[in-house]
Design a protein. Structure first.
Length: 156
């Protein structure tokens, strides 16, 4: 039997509906999810390539999931992150969380996504008409993750 707490890093696309259905449990009162996609943006992004170091990336994602499980009483978590060359509109990431109540599901889903953006070792290269360039970390992602640090009166 497959664990209800799973992380996968993969090249192929995923079926969001099937993944959410797989989280369904009779004792589950809420499933919250987030799907991230490649956006074209103002730089006219033609493609994005995501690279990673497999052992390190999967370990980091599992640590993030475990941290969420320590903060909230979760029934299931599914994280899928794609790597390789992706085109605008394609799915990059799925974070789905099942819990007894919506507040826990929403909070844990947002926490996992915020920490994934800042703590998981992925490297992104964007292809634009002007050429390719590596994407730097964003201050807005760091600010979103900072609110989840323990001891600040917020986030768990």
């Amino acid at each position: 039997m497959e664990s209800p707490f799973r992380v996968t890093v993969q090249e192929p696309d995923f079926d969001t509906g099937a993944e959410l259905d797989a989280l369904g449990r009779v004792d589950c009162g809420a499933v919250a999810s987030f799907v991230g996609r490649v956006r074209k943006g103002s730089d006219d992004v033609r493609a994005m390539t995501l690279e990673h170091y497999p052992a390190m990336t999967e370990k980091a994602l599992n640590q993030i999931m475990d941290e969420a499980r320590e903060r909230w009483p979760l029934l299931a978590v599914r994280v899928i992150h794609r790597v390789g060359r992706l085109l605008p509109g394609e799915q990059i990431v799925l974070v789905a969380v099942a819990a007894l109540h919506r507040s826990e599901a929403f909070a844990a889903c947002e926490f996992i996504m915020d920490w994934l953006k800042t703590k998981a070792p992925f490297w992104k290269k964007e292809e634009t008409p002007a050429g390719s360039h590596w994407v730097d970390a964003r201050e807005s992602d760091d600010a979103a993750a900072a609110r989840w640090r323990l001891g600040d009166g917020q986030g768990g």
